[in-house]
Design a protein around this ligand. Structure first.
Ligand code: ADE
Length: 470
């Protein structure tokens, strides 16, 4: 590959003789030349700049000087890269495209207030030249030389034969799926009281890979949440989805990428939407063959907006909702400025309720769970009941259930009844619903016995599961 860098400070580019890039040059893997812009000037002072048209501070680099320098370098076409704080952010994808492109890569380092805009415009008008105005980040440097070094190093290390082990290119940050790289460690195993995470020295490669993937997603969520929004949902494993749900993102059925989700306590304004969600999701939770009339009767009696409003108002109920959407909870619901904005531009999607949990605290610390078969197996007091966990159809398997479950457990574990901390959270679930049972087990619930649960004329065989909160 041929690379030319044009600058008024050629010495600034001396590091390109060092390390891997220097070796790549000596090995003939890249043909790199640095040119002094002033060599094309004809006046005594070797002038490259002039005052800005329209006034203002500083100096602007002259288009005619740059044209003289660039024409011969781009005679056969190629890429003209111009570093500037006003450029597009430089990404790994751009570096990948430059490393695989043909034709020379010419980097034009501006100084002062930048290069006369007609230079980019002129070369953009040529069919055989791609113009890339790029920025290293949202900060200002004195000139393009540091950005030229970054671009050249970023491109040359991708050329075949430059980096010894190509696997190391695949696993690093911004390669592959666009997540940040996991933290790395080496000997000594203990340093200043800090240990290498034991899973990495356990010899269990599967567990180490899973650990790294989780750390990678966690880091990305903490430092670059924008990258999570661009993840390809199709490439996410079940374990990835569980991790993402814990980090506040879920992948709705059929969506291209994860979306943010928040779990919060329900408020009076949520009663209607909750009843609609409950009616839609109750049927999904019934075993196959449940009579439609029985489902309808149950919904009409137990899952109305009035019932929801009563739960929301009740001091012994914990009703939490999962809200999915483009905005945060305050953008577009209620009376905040967000709803005004939503109404004004019509484009702000109102967050959608994607699921909810309803937990009942006992009326007193020693209250016995209401049904004999439950009281026989749930021994701890005070004991709360996880009465409902409903997930909208589009979010089944998205990881949202686990997020809601963990949140209900956390809210219950910090609740008190008669001044005593709640010691157990129990639930009943259909004995044949293996999927639900497994999900509860993963969240720390254990089966303690059977229960009979009535929907209309039918009696369902449930199991009682308990999560110890002590
Ligand atoms: N020149 C000056 N600041 C720059 C930046 N942030 N990125 C690229 N080139 C620059």
């Amino acid at each position: 590959m041929r690379i030319d860098v044009v600058t008024i400070f050629p010495d600034y580019l001396a590091p390109l003789d060092l390390s891997l890039i220097g070796k790549a040059r000596r090995d003939g893997l890249v043909d790199l030349a640095v040119h002094d812009l002033r060599d094309v000037t004809t006046d005594r002072h070797r002038t490259v700049d002039d005052t800005p048209a329209g006034g203002g501070a500083g100096m602007v680099m002259r288009a005619d000087v740059w044209g003289e320098a660039l024409d011969p370098l781009l005679a056969v076409g190629g890429v003209l890269a111009i570093p500037a704080p006003a450029g597009e952010p430089l990404t790994q994808a751009t570096l990948d495209s430059l490393a695989t492109g043909d034709g020379p890569l010419v980097v034009a380092c501006g100084r002062y207030e930048g290069i006369d805009a007609r230079v980019a415009e002129h070369y953009r008008g040529r069919d055989d030249v791609r113009v890339l105005e790029y920025s290293l980040g949202d900060y200002v440097l004195n000139g393009g030389e540091v950005a030229a070094l970054a671009l050249v190093e970023g491109v040359v290390r991708l050329l075949p034969g430059v980096v010894g082990n190509p696997d190391s290119l695949a696993e690093e940050s911004h390669a592959g799926d666009g997540t940040l790289e996991y933290p790395v460690y080496t000997r000594p195993t203990e340093w200043r009281g800090l240990e290498i995470p034991p899973v990495l020295t356990s010899g269990d490669h599967g567990a180490a890979a899973a650990w790294r993937r989780e750390r990678s997603l966690e880091r990305t969520a903490a430092r670059r949440p924008d990258l999570l929004d661009a993840l390809d949902a199709g490439a996410l494993t079940k374990a990835d989805r569980r991790t993402l749900a814990r980090l506040g993102r879920v992948v709705p059925d059929g969506a291209p990428s994860p979306v943010p989700v928040t779990v919060r306590d329900a408020g009076p304004d949520d009663a209607e939407a909750l009843a609609a969600l409950a009616a839609a999701t109750f049927a999904l939770a019934c075993p196959p063959g449940t009579a439609e009339e029985d489902i309808a009767a149950f919904v009409a009696e137990h899952l109305t907006a009035e019932r929801m409003a009563a739960h929301i108002a009740s001091p012994t109920a914990i009703l939490q909702v999962a809200e999915v959407g483009t905005g945060r909870a305050e953008d577009g619901t209620g009376t905040g400025a967000g709803s005004v904005r939503g109404a004004a531009d019509g484009a702000t999607a109102r967050p959608e309720l994607a699921g909810y949990t309803l937990t009942h605290l006992p009326g007193s610390a020693d209250a016995v769970p209401y049904a004999d078969d439950v009281a026989a197996v749930v021994i701890a007091r005070p004991a709360a009941e996880l009465s409902k966990i409903y997930i909208a159809r589009a979010y089944l398997g998205s990881g949202l259930g686990r997020l809601l479950l963990d949140s209900a457990v956390a809210a219950t574990a910090t609740s008190e009844v008669d001044g005593e901390p709640v010691r157990a959270l129990w639930l009943g679930t259909n004995a044949r619903n293996r999927r639900a049972r497994k999900a509860y087990e993963r969240a720390g619930f254990v089966v303690v016995g059977p229960r009979r649960f009535r929907v209309g004329d039918q009696v369902h065989d449930d199991v009682v599961m308990v999560r110890d909160l002590t």
